[in-house]
Design a protein. Sequence first.
Length: 250
Amino acid sequence: MKDLEHYFEELNLKRIPEIYKKEAKIAAEKKLDYTEYLSGLIEKEYQGMIERSVNQRIRRAGFPCIKTIEGYDFTHQPQLNEKQIRNLNTLEYLDNAINIIFVGPPGIGKSHLSIGLGIKACERRKRVQFYTAQELVDDLAKAKLMGYLGRELSKLGRIDLLVLDELGYMDMTKDSANLFFQLVSKRYERGSIILNTNRPFEEWGSLFKDNIVATAILDRLLHHSHVFYFTGKSYRLKKHESKNIGKDNY
Ligand code: ADP
Ligand code: MG
């Protein structure tokens, strides 16, 4: 029989090697039987595996920073339906390939909430990818140029949740509008997109430089979707103002 360390390594066990001796002592003290001791070890190994997989998914998703739904202050967006947003935590929308669209001015937490939802999906061990709309369009344009657009679109079609941030700030061409349309078609009724935009839907014709393509994109995107409208001043500015008000009092 080889020594235990050898089997730990071959079986790629991570946590059991660190804890089995200590757990054996505890088991002896508590007079646990062999099965209880073994179940305890296996359970801790399993929890460790889940934690590593969630962390890996969060790292691979490419979020620009970490934000949580719990950390969002809904009192700053009173018109937003808090309950409806919190319900999204169940991830039911993902199972039904429903899109979520956040529309509103900058600084009011569209990215924050979409990252929070993305992280929730990672915690349920879904595959998530975060892109700015610019990055996505650049990616697709490069794939087209290099002759692997079909493969790239299939890859983006298979991700469980695609988060697209900041649609509206970049300069679209008719070509990029068409690539964007192909992506939306690929995911239509197959997988959810969370999309953030500062541009109301009426302006999408001018955003995409083509009314027909914009209508086709909106048609697919909105067919199964939850749309949330944000209003008001940037949270950053509000925070800044409230700091200054505080200073005047001293
Ligand atoms: P947007 O994507 O709408 O431009 P962000 O999500 O980038 O806005 O928000 C800007 C900053 O303000 C972020 O640091 C975000 O966490 C914070 N923020 C915005 N709104 C809220 C809010 N209601 N509660 C807590 N933090 C917020
Ligand atoms: Mg943003």
